[in-house]
Unconditional design. Sequence first.
Length: 125
Amino acid sequence: MDKVFIRGLQAHTVIGIYDWEQRAERPLIIDIVVGVDTRAAAASDNIRDAVNYHAISDAVMAFVKGENVHLLETMAERLARFLFAEFPIDTLELRIAKPGAVPGVDAVGVEIERQRGDYAVCGAR
């Protein structure tokens, strides 16, 4: 399986379990690795045959901004479901980091791995 990655995507949203976290948007740093077959894109050299990482980046930033959840785990699961529904990807590795959430720590976060078959609602490609 070929992989396309987006590393260090910065998205802003209201997230957290504490009252002070719910008062303002906070940055999340998101790393995405999607499993796709890149041979058609390589042969044609045409973006129509590729998973467009610019489109994924824009969609992720808009999705995250529109969500208001308490847990990174919830954000990760909802984002994974969204990505499978919107893009022709076979697998997903998703890491979401929340900088400054814990004093003295650069970031805390969650990392999940999913396959298209994990979500019946997304169907087969």
